[in-house]
Write a protein that binds this ligand. Sequence first.
Ligand code: PLP
Length: 374
Amino acid sequence: MIYFDNAATTKISENVLEEMMPYLKENYGNASSIYSLGQKSRAAIENSRIKIAEILKIKPSEIYFTSSGSESDNWAIKDILNKKEKNHIISSRIEHPAVLNSLKYVESKGIDVTLLSVDEFGNVNLDELKNSINDKTGLISIMFANNEIGTVEPVYEISKIARENNILFHTDAVQAIGNVKFNLKDLDVDMMSISGHKLGAPKGIGILYIKDGTEINSFIHGGSQERDRRASTENVASIVGIARAISDASENIDENIEYTKDLRDYFLEKLLNVDGIILNGPIENRLPGNINISLKGVKPQTMVRYLDMFDICVSQGSACAAGSIEPSYVLSAIGRSEELALSMIRISLNHNNTKEECDFVFDKILRGMKKFKK
Ligand SMILES: Cc1ncc(COP(=O)(O)O)c(C=O)c1O
């Protein structure tokens, strides 16, 4: 099996699995129980929080464990409904559906939403951002890195603009964590969404970072978990897992980024020499493992199924939109024609992939192009 779809999800790492196992087997206590079995779970959660906080250079109390990146995005966006004076959000046209559909929801409840356009590489325009701010703007939500074309947005500059205008800034860092080096002391944001399954932790665990002092209501109502802000019996094993995944990623971040970038550039050079293969998205400021290409005259579903016959996994677009045959809204936003937008595949590499795998997949893509090109 050649797994080239790491932006959709990743394999759970052996380290993560090993560290989680005791909390799935013998240490199954509820973290709210006061006997020892429960307190082992409590300690595991709080140690995980401390571990992640140290890496991100924040306080443990600023970390809220959620069920996913999607939940974190929903929480950060929908809280605008609790703010009477502030009824305007600025975001971008290429956000993940977890943000875009949360925005649609708040819009249906009377919130004004401005979606910034992006240039041909997927970067938001900072002047447009500044010009969109008004007295009612309560939140700016711009993703750290795009899941389809890998654009890394100018989040440091956006954070400065948000600060100067006294506006909350949320960023969806689901694709960035582990792939871009950052900490939250330097990147001053109010809220950040993270998901575990993109970096070797299981699916179904996320984080919303909420800077101390940020006014935000609880999202899931119920018990008093997560300091009364996010009810539900804690998912101890997955919390331990995401902490280990973030810790491993941060320990090896320089090597991993360099390795993955080299691999991507090696593969990309081969691909772009082929007639009819076109790169979508930026050359610079791109996620290290992201390759988004249009295969002129080839239906992506056909190519994805063909590669699957050789046990190769790539994406026919972003995984979440994979069921639809609409052209990708991200490619439309960067100005790609419908023809190119409808012939795009996404390959997302990580540090577990190799040059030999790239060579093998390249050969199969070439064969596929010859076979299916119209
Ligand atoms: C940028 C981005 N945000 C949010 C999500 C949703 O995360 P989760 O799958 O944990 O709900 C994804 C997942 O693909 C993503 O790529």
